[in-house]
Ligand binder design. Structure first.
Ligand SMILES: *[C@@H]1O[C@H](CO)[C@@H](O)[C@H](O)[C@H]1NC(C)=O
Length: 286
């Protein structure tokens, strides 16, 4: 199955338009890269980062998104012990954040597709109509994650204080994506926390990564627990080899700042073979 996946990756390497973001209130570049202009039709936040210096890939600095926060007082809200929903799409126009949602469908491209959408062949090749999903079918969708840092100033976020707190397996897939929040996440500072949406596709296109910024805050929490410093994840087909506790985002395939080694015959992803259990990460506290 792993060999099949790698073959599929080679077969699909011509697909380069491979872009998806998590759209929701509180995101950076919500209206595109120009502060003061609210573009309903923006896809600035969707482009991945690949082979860039750390100063460029970090929070999409390559396109200036780290300097375009949401409007004051707007946050992605994270209900402690509950869930929050974002819209995975290739353009803001395909979400309910634009045009009263009239261009949305169940899918990230605003189109109609079968429930068992997949590429052609057996085993299925990469989905040809939508390279932006980077997958053959739902089961090959790599999984996406959110991380949180308890600092309000995005320039104070570090690999050690940005902790992965939730993982949603087999995404991106449909537009609506709902993530679980650990019950013990403490409240954020008055000006909010900084969050990141994260994805490392398993192939079907350039092996890039996604790190998209949000201003976020935890609601409904009286927890006094603290997050542990994040450690780099490790490839661990054997569970005993996994990094336990608070983990860093995966930084991979960049010119600088990578924190994982790419295994010979497998993928890098937010999944159990990298120590990320599905759902809320409840082991991230001191
Ligand atoms: C999904 O696609 C992969 C790669 O082609 C294949 O190995 C796997 O069997 C497929 N899964 C399902 C449920 O069809």
């Amino acid at each position: 199955m792993i060999a099949v996946g790698l073959l599929a990756l080679v077969a699909c390497s011509s697909v380069v338009n491979a872009h998806t973001a998590a759209f929701a209130h509180g995101m950076y570049c919500h209206g595109g890269p120009n502060p003061g202009h609210d573009d309903q039709n923006t896809n600035t936040a969707v482009a991945p980062v690949y082979n860039l210096p750390r100063s460029q890939w970090w929070f999409q600095a390559d396109r200036g998104c780290d300097r375009v926060p949401p409007a004051p007082g707007v946050f992605l809200e994270l209900p402690a012990g509950g869930t929050f929903t974002v819209e995975l799409a290739h353009n803001r126009a395909q979400t309910t954040l634009s045009y009263d949602g009239q261009y949305t469908s169940q899918w990230p491209d605003g189109g109609e597709h079968p429930e068992d959408w997949k590429g052609t062949g057996n085993p299925p090749g990469c989905i040809p109509e939508d390279g932006a999903l980077h997958t053959n079918n739902q089961s090959m969708a790599a999984g996406t994650a959110f991380a949180i840092s308890y600092v309000s100033d995005i320039s104070a976020v570090t690999m050690e204080n940005l902790v992965v707190f939730t993982v949603l397996p087999n995404t991106p897939w449909k537009r609506i994506a709902t993530y679980a929040v650990p019950r013990d996440l403490p409240p954020c500072p008055a000006d909010g926390c900084t969050c990141a949406w994260l994805w490392v596709p398993k192939g079907c296109g350039e092996p890039n990564m996604y790190m998209q910024g949000y201003k976020c805050k935890v609601t409904g929490s009286t927890s006094t627990r603290r997050l542990a410093p994040a450690q780099p994840p490790r490839y661990c087909p054997n569970f005993n080899d996994c990094t336990r506790g608070a983990k860093q985002m995966i930084a991979t395939r960049q010119a600088e700042g990578n924190n994982v080694e790419v295994p010979q015959n497998d993928f890098v992803s937010y999944s159990e073979v990298w120590g990320f259990s599905p759902g809320a990460q409840n082991d991230i506290f001191v």
